[in-house]
Design a protein around this ligand. Structure first.
Ligand code: BGC
Length: 719
C-alpha cells in the first residue's frame, strides 16, 4: 500500500484525472504524438490526458492489447499501466448460451465452470475486467436486455450472480487467468417502463430492496471488485448521480470498497435526462455520488480540474477514487506485468478449443427448456428422412447478442448438427421465410411445408434472431412475426411428427404453438455449439435440463408477468372468461403460458407427500421440509426441486409465493430420493414496513414443487 501512496504523491492532478478516464481503444494514440483528433477533441482530451489515460474498453485481441499497452507505457510519464475491459457476457471467442439460458440450468457449478472458461479466454486476449455479471431482475420480456440477465427471481439471480463472480475471479484472483467481475447495472435497470430500453424506473424502496437489490448484493458479497451504475433514473435521479444507491447503500451499508465505473457516456446523458445543465455539473454530481471512472463521455477530463480548483471537488475525493483504481491495478499485478495473461499464442490455442466447445454443448443442453412434448421427442435416430425448416434451420447466427469476440462462422447450425448426428439420413432444408420482424413475405412457406410433408420427421426452427434482443432492442410485440406464424401453421399441418426448435433471446408469446405443436424445445440462443446441442437433444443423446428462469406470457399485453406477484384484494379465482369485478383480463388468463420454474424432460417425476419436521418454530430454530421425488419414466433424468414460501400476513403485503431454495437432482429411472430444505429465520426475512429487514411472526405456506405453478400445500408458524 505504501507503494501506491508514494505513487499517488508523485502524480499531478492531470495524471490523477487520467486514471478516472476510460476510452475506447480507437481513441488512443499508438504513436508518440501530440496531435489531438476530432473525436478526442470532442471529449475534451488533451495530449497529456491521452498519455495518462487509466483504462480502455473495446479492443480487438491480445496483439492489439499488447501494442496499446506498450505504446502507453512509453508515453505515460509515470508508467502506470492501463486496465483493459470488455463485455464478456456469455463467452469471449467461444460463446456460451445467453445468461437467461444459463439461469435456466439452475446449476451454479456448471455456470461457474463456463464463466471460468470465458475468463481464461478473455484473459488471454488481454482483458483485465469483465463488464459482467448483469444482474438486473427482469419481468418484462419486451425489454431486449432480458437476455443478459438470469431472470425474474431474486433468489435465483443472487445464486447465479455469486456463481458468475466466483467463475470470473475465483476466491482471490490468484491466477492471471481469472479476471475481476463488474456487477451491473446498479440498480433496477430491468424495470425500465414498458420494457423500452433506457426508460424511466420508479419504484418504492420496499420493491427495490426486496426484488431488485438482492442479486447485486450477493455478487458483491461474493467479492465482485467493480460496480457499474445503470443508465436509468430511479425516482428522477440518474443512477450515476444517485447518492442513496452509490453511497448510502453500496458503500456505507454494504461496505463496497471497489471501483465504480459509469456506463457508456452515462455522465454526459444526465444533461439529456434534464438532470444537469452542463457536463461540469454532471461531473460534480457523479463525483459526489462516488463514481470513480467515467466511461467515454468527457465530463471528467474536461471539468474535474476546474472543479478541484474551484474547491467544489476536494483533492481527497479525487485521491480516494484514484487509489481505488490503483489498488485494482495492483491486485491484478499490472505494475509487475502490465500484459498479465495476454498472449496471441494462448489466445489462439484457447479460442473455440475442443474443451470449451464441449462445455458449451453441455451447457446448451442443460439450459434448453422443453416446453411441450406429446411424445414425439426424442426422435429415433433410425429415421430415414428429416426436413429441417424455418429461418433458423441453417442459420449460424444463434450465439446471441453481446458476444464479445464470438463469430457466427464459428457456430454450428441446426442443419450441421443434425447432419453430423445422422450421416446416413436423407436431410432436406427449407428456410420458408425470413426472421425479420416486420417482414410479410410468405412466398417460401409452401415449399417448406412440402419438404416437411415428405419427411419422416420435421424440425421447425423458428423464433427470434440474435440481434432482435439485447441492448437497444426492445419489442412492443413479442409474438412470432407474421411469416413465421404462417410457416408454423403450414408445417405443423403438413407433418404430425414435427418438433419446434425455438431460438430466442427473450420469452416469446407463442400460444398458437402451445396449442398446435406436438413438441416445443426452447434452445434460447445457445452459443457456438448450438446446432450440435440441438441434435443431441432432438435425438436423445442428451435430455433437456432447463427450467424457465423467466415466464413465457400468452400475450405481450400481459407483460410484465412474473410468478412472485401480490395477490390483490380481488384475485382471479375462476376462468377469466366468466369472472367479473376481479383482477383479470377479459381476453387472456392472468397466469403465463409457461411459468417460472417450469420445464419438461424426457422422463417424469412424481412428488410424494411434503413433510415438515415441526408445525412451528422460534426465531432461533428451524424446520426441515422434505419430499420424496421418484423418477417414474423410462429414462434417467434431472429434476429441479423448488421450495416456495408465502408469508401469509405481514406488515407489508407479501407475494403469493417466493422461491427460497432449489436442488437439481439426478435420478436413475425408478430411483427415489428424499430432498430436504432447511427453513430458518433468515429464510423468512424481508424488508418490513418500518424500513428494517427481519421476519415477522405468523403463518407461512409452503410447497416443494416442480415449478412456480404448484399450489402451496403446507403451513407452519413462526412464533
Ligand atoms: C452497456 C453496458 C456495457 C457498456 C460497455 C453499455 O452500452 O449498457 O452494459 O458494459 O456499454 O460496452
Amino acid at each position: 500500500m505504501k507503494k501506491l501512496e508514494n505513487l499517488l504523491k508523485k502524480m499531478s492532478l492531470d495524471q490523477k484525472i487520467g486514471q478516472l478516464l476510460q476510452l475506447n481503444s480507437s481513441l488512443l494514440n499508438r504513436e508518440k504524438t501530440n496531435i489531438v483528433t476530432g473525436p478526442q477533441q470532442k471529449l475534451g482530451l488533451t495530449p497529456e490526458m491521452l498519455q495518462c489515460c487509466g483504462s480502455v474498453l473495446n479492443f480487438d485481441c491480445a496483439e492489439s492489447m499488447i501494442a496499446l499497452q506498450k505504446a502507453h507505457l512509453e508515453q505515460d510519464p509515470l508508467g502506470i499501466p492501463m486496465l483493459f475491459m470488455m463485455d464478456v457476457i456469455h463467452g469471449c471467442r467461444t460463446i456460451f448460451p445467453i445468461p437467461l439460458a444459463m439461469g435456466c440450468t439452475f446449476d451454479t457449478e456448471l455456470v461457474k465452470k463456463c464463466v471460468t472458461m470465458s475468463a481464461k479466454e478473455a484473459a488471454a486476449s488481454g482483458v483485465h475486467v469483465a463488464f459482467s455479471p448483469m444482474l438486473d431482475l427482469v419481468r418484462d420480456a419486451r425489454w431486449g436486455r432480458v437476455m443478459e440477465s438470469t431472470g425474474e427471481d431474486p433468489y435465483l439471480n443472487a445464486r447465479m450472480g455469486e456463481a458468475f463472480v466466483k467463475g470470473f475471479q475465483s476466491d482471490i484472483l490468484d491466477r492471471p487467468e481469472y479476471i475481476p467481475a463488474c456487477v451491473k447495472h446498479f440498480a433496477a435497470y430491468g424495470a425500465a417502463e414498458a420494457g423500452r430500453d433506457y426508460n424511466t424506473v420508479d419504484m418504492s424502496e420496499h420493491v427495490l430492496r426486496e426484488y431488485y437489490l438482492p442479486a447485486y448484493k450477493a455478487a458483491i458479497d461474493a467479492g465482485a471488485l467493480l460496480v457499474m451504475p445503470s443508465f436509468n433514473t430511479i425516482g428522477g435521479t440518474p443512477s450515476v448521480a444517485n447518492k442513496h444507491l452509490l453511497r448510502d447503500i453500496l458503500r456505507d451499508e454494504w461496505g463496497f470498497d471497489g471501483v465504480v465505473i459509469s456506463d457508456y457516456a452515462a455522465i454526459r446523458e444526465m444533461r439529456v435526462h434534464g438532470y444537469v445543465e452542463t457536463d461540469k455539473e454532471g461531473a460534480l454530481k457523479a463525483m459526489e455520488a462516488g463514481c470513480d471512472i467515467e466511461m467515454m463521455s468527457g465530463a471528467y477530463p474536461k471539468h474535474l480540474k476546474e472543479l478541484v480548483e474551484e474547491g467544489k471537488v476536494s483533492m481527497e475525493q479525487i485521491d480516494r477514487a484514484v487509489m481505488r483504481v490503483l489498488r485494482l491495478k495492483d491486485k491484478l499485478g499490472l505494475f509487475e506485468n502490465p500484459y498479465r495473461y495476454a498472449s496471441a499464442i494462448t489466445e489462439k490455442v484457447l479460442s473455440t478449443s475442443f474443451e470449451s466447445r464441449s462445455l458449451v454443448r453441455k451447457a446448451a443442453a442443460e439450459a434448453a427448456v422443453l416446453l411441450k412434448n406429446d411424445g414425439v421427442l426424442p426422435f429415433s435416430k433410425d429415421v430415414k428422412s428429416v426436413a429441417i425448416v424455418g429461418p433458423f434451420a441453417e442459420e449460424k447466427g444463434i450465439k446471441g447478442f453481446w458476444s464479445c469476440y464470438g463469430k457466427d462462422e464459428d457456430c454450428v447450425s441446426v442443419a450441421e448438427g443434425v447432419r453430423a448426428k445422422l450421416p446416413d439420413a436423407d436431410i432436406v432444408t427449407a428456410k420458408g421465410c425470413s426472421h425479420e420482424l416486420l417482414d410479410r413475405d410468405t412466398s417460401g412457406v409452401d415449399e417448406a411445408a412440402k419438404a416437411a410433408a415428405g419427411a419422416d420427421i420435421a424440425i421447425l426452427c423458428i423464433g427470434e434472431y440474435q440481434n432482435h434482443s439485447g441492448e437497444g432492442n426492445s419489442r412492443a410485440d413479442i409474438s412470432l412475426p407474421y411469416p413465421q406464424r404462417k410457416l408454423a401453421e403450414a408445417v405443423l399441418a403438413a407433418n404430425p411428427n414435427t418438433a419446434v426448435l425455438l431460438f430466442t433471446g427473450r420469452p416469446l408469446a407463442i400460444p398458437e404453438l402451445g396449442e398446435a405443436a406436438p413438441a416445443i424445445l426452447n434452445m434460447w440462443q445457445p452459443g457456438t455449439e448450438g446446432g450440435n446441442a440441438a441434435a443431441d437433444l432432438l435425438f436423445g443423446d442428451a435430455a433437456p435440463g432447463g427450467r424457465l428462469a423467466m415466464s413465457f406470457p400468452y400475450m405481450t399485453g400481459q407483460c410484465p408477468v412474473y410468478y412472485n406477484h401480490m395477490n390483490t384484494g380481488r384475485p382471479l379465482k375462476k376462468d377469466f372468461r366468466t369472472a367479473a369485478y376481479c383482477s383479470r383480463y377479459q381476453d387472456c388468463p392472468n397466469d403465463p403460458l409457461y411459468p417460472f420454474g417450469f420445464g419438461l424432460t424426457y422422463t417424469t417425476f412424481e412428488y410424494g407427500e411434503i413433510k415438515l419436521s415441526a408445525d412451528s418454530m422460534k426465531p432461533d430454530g428451524k424446520i426441515t421440509a422434505s419430499v420424496t421425488v421418484t423418477n417414474t419414466g423410462d429414462r434417467d433424468g434431472a429434476e429441479v426441486v423448488q421450495l416456495y414460501l408465502r408469508d401469509n400476513v405481514a406488515s407489508l403485503v407479501r407475494p403469493v409465493k417466493e422461491l427460497k431454495g432449489y436442488q437439481k437432482i439426478f435420478l436413475r429411472k425408478g430411483e427415489s430420493r428424499e430432498v430436504s430444505f432447511e427453513i430458518t429465520d433468515e429464510t423468512l426475512r424481508f424488508w418490513r414496513a418500518d424500513g428494517t429487514y427481519g421476519s415477522e411472526p405468523g403463518e407461512f405456506s409452503l410447497a416443494l414443487a416442480p415449478s412456480s405453478a404448484a399450489p402451496l400445500t403446507n403451513t407452519f408458524r413462526l412464533d
